[in-house]
Ligand binder design. Structure first.
Ligand code: IPM
Ligand code: MG
Length: 368
């Protein structure tokens, strides 16, 4: 298969982890006979420095033509004082909106030799395996007006959703639950917000179309509490943009390292942008110690969701698991008796596993 992939390294450690993703993809292409064509473009603070905007038109145009986009990270203290339209985050929000990436999938799964590093007791976090399906192009992030009013003495942000916008993300939530353990938790604030009342209505209407999924409604404050008291009760959580932003950060620390978590942002037709949940980590940028795993796992999600390459995606995930099980780890991890390696060695260990494992599968496949 031939695919066009746009790489958006962005800022901080983004450059290093995108490099790892590209290395892994080159090997996957060789092993499985695919052609991946790469184009690199600017976004975030580095785009502000080079082009005076966090989202240059050339980046938007290239992403619109691509089959999928991989993004490293955006942001850093260097750009914190800029006016809001020039902040690196604007680049990220802009590309999500331009590509209509309304469905953000954030899987959170614990790795067994990292459980002890979780802020929660091992007994509480053990067995957690959940997926947050966050609405990504509506709600408070994009509602207008969003401005200072009354001569700067008051301020307004707008939480707006169309029924259609709610329906399409709720469908994604149900569909995700169907492919997992069949349990959907819809998170809202229906005891206060009108938008949440419509959200709950839509979930109730959709239920009949997915009889194999068990649905539960949970208020967002209670959901935040349940996530840390009993995270393993969740399978799929579907929620609006801001609630999903907050809950996904909360969920991301359950596993003991933010450096492990991938995400996918999808459009209806499967085109997607894939990025680690972690940020640009400016304090360690350029030191060669960043954890490339979240980026590499995001690459696996790209292969699965945008290219339907399930075998390739699973092999990458298996490789990451195997390398961690052997005790290799980057500076952010605390595997007992593990061996610390840098970004490049971690990536090469994962690649080595892919190559040897794929070769042995081929031999078994050929002579079986
Ligand atoms: C995320 C981030 C972004 C968001 C920021 C960087 C704009 O927190 O992807 O969760 O709020 O969506
Ligand atoms: Mg966030």
């Amino acid at each position: 298969m031939k695919k066009q992939i746009v790489l958006l390294p962005g800022d901080g450690i983004g450059t290093e982890v995108i490099h790892s993703a590209k290395e892994v993809l080159k090997v996957i292409a060789e092993e499985f006979n695919h052609t991946f064509e790469f184009e690199t473009h600017d976004i975030g603070g580095s785009a502000v420095d080079l082009h005076g905007t966090p989202l240059p038109q050339a980046t938007v145009d290239a992403c619109k033509k691509a089959d999928a986009v991989l993004l490293g990270a955006v942001g850093g203290p260097k750009w914190d004082q800029l006016p809001s339209h020039l902040r690196p985050e604007r680049g990220l929000l802009g590309i999500r909106k331009e590509l209509d990436l309304f469905a953000n999938l954030r899987p959170v799964k614990s790795f067994k030799n990292l459980l002890h590093a979780s802020p929660l007791k091992e007994s509480v976090v053990s067995g957690s395996d959940l997926l947050i399906v966050r609405e990504l192009t509506g709600g408070l992030y994009f509602g207008t007006p969003s401005e200072r009013v009354n001569g700067g003495e008051a301020v307004v942000d707008t939480l707006a959703y169309t029924r259609k916008e709610i329906e399409r993300i709720v469908d994604k939530g149900f569909q995700a639950a169907q492919t997992r353990r069949g349990h959907l938790t819809s998170v809202d604030k229906a005891n206060v917000l009108e938008s949440s009342k419509m959200w709950r209505e839509v979930v109730e209407e959709k239920k009949a179309q997915y009889p194999d999924v068990k649905v539960e409604h949970v208020l967002v404050d209670a959901a935040a509490m349940k996530l840390i008291t009993n995270p393993s009760q969740f399978d799929v959580i579907v929620t609006e943009n801001l609630f999903g932003d907050i809950l996904s950060d909360e969920a991301s620390v359950l596993t003991g390292s933010l450096g492990m978590l991938p995400s996918a942002s999808l459009r209806e037709d499967g085109v997607g942008l894939y990025e680690p949940v972690h940020g640009s980590a400016p304090d360690i940028a350029g030191k060669g110690i960043a954890n490339p795993v979240a980026m590499i796992l995001s690459t696996a999600l790209m292969l699965r969701y945008s290219f339907q390459m399930e075998k390739e995606a699973s092999l990458i995930e298996e490789a990451v698991q195997a390398v961690l099980d052997s005790g290799y780890q980057t500076a952010d991890l605390q595997i007992p008796n593990g061996r610390k390696v840098g970004t490049v060695e971690m990536t090469h260990r994962i690649i080595d596993y892919i190559v040897t494992q794929n070769a042995s599968k081929c031999i078994m496949g050929c002579y079986a």
